[in-house]
Design a protein around this ligand. Structure first.
Ligand code: SF4
Length: 291
């Protein structure tokens, strides 16, 4: 049986960057807190926790004083930085530069357009850390939509500035933009670049994986998709594989592998999310090869 790892799978640049910053901060043996799990992958969180990185929630963060706290790749709202300053916390900044840029762009758009009744609309997952960080840039005055059912929140007679969380599906974002444009056209109020401004903010590190994974998943009899269950892009990229190859299995750890998946199969492809460490993918490859 051929067992192949997808070469593009493994951490994206932003997660790799955050993990390296954490590893460097932990080198001198000092305790470092991470505000939320550094990555949506329990195995990697366990590895870094054995080096001294402790994940905390916002409630615990609010009570901390005089220590070091890492801000993960998803970023945080300005309120987090205000609390850190008040409580004499040293921030270790690991927000992905792409998310940072998106935060600035959303803030700049909001400041520039709010007098003219412009609405900042964000396509994202409610409660997702990145979305909380993005909405925080604009005093939570943005409109969060997670699908067409939320369109009733938007007043299409006023200009709409559309943004997407970096890990959303390109296809869904484009469908959503099309529906919004059609609604405006039907009312005769669509003006390109004025009534609806669509910002392309889905990260290439995720969107480029979609077409690539489609080809990869078609190539093999069985696909093992490795990801933490909390990972937003993990769920999305898994469904990309599952749609083209129904024999795709989601695993978050090696003990979830079922030998019966490989009976009568000639080839297995292993791939994962942008938050899946390479070492875990390789570990799973070795186990499957032994089967
Ligand atoms: S998916 Fe893109 S934006 Fe998100 S952390 Fe990775 S590189 Fe940064």
């Amino acid at each position: 049986m051929i067992v192949e790892i997808d070469k593009q799978s493994g951490f994206c640049f932003g997660v790799q960057n955050a993990v390296e910053i954490a590893e460097k901060a932990l080198l001198n043996g000092e305790k470092v807190f991470s505000l939320g799990p550094i990555v949506h992958n329990d195995k990697e969180v366990d590895r870094l926790s054995s080096m001294g990185l402790a994940s905390i929630n916002h409630e615990k963060f609010g009570k901390l004083k005089n220590c070091k706290v890492l801000i993960r790749a998803h970023g945080e709202p300005p309120e987090t930085y205000r609390i850190a300053e008040k409580n004499n916390l040293t921030i270790i900044e690991a927000t992905c530069p792409i998310v940072k840029r998106l935060q600035s762009k959303i803030k700049e758009t909001w400041l520039r357009t709010k007098e003219g009744a412009g609405q900042v609309v964000i396509f994202g997952k409610p409660g997702h850390a990145e979305v909380v960080g993005l909405l925080g840039q604009i005093d939570n005055e943005g409109i969060l939509v997670s699908g067409p059912d939320d369109f009733s929140k938007i007043d299409i007679s006023k200009p709409v500035y559309l943004f997407a969380q970096t890990t959303m599906s390109v296809k869904e974002y484009s469908n959503l933009s099309d529906i919004l444009r059609t609604k405006m056209e039907e009312k005769g109020i669509f003006e390109p670049g004025k009534s609806l401004v669509i910002n392309k903010t889905i990260c290439g590190q995720v969107s480029n994986r979609e077409p690539h994974l489609k080809t990869f998943a078609k190539k093999h009899d069985t696909i093992i998709f490795v990801s933490g269950r909390e990972s937003s892009n993990g769920k999305m990229l898994y469904s990309v594989c599952k749609n083209v190859n129904p024999d795709t299995h989601f695993v978050s750890s090696p003990d979830e592998i079922d030998k019966s998946w490989f009976i009568g199969k000639n080839s297995v492809g292993i791939c994962g999310a942008t938050s899946t460490p390479k070492w875990l993918i390789e570990n799973i490859r070795d186990i499957i090869s032994n089967i």
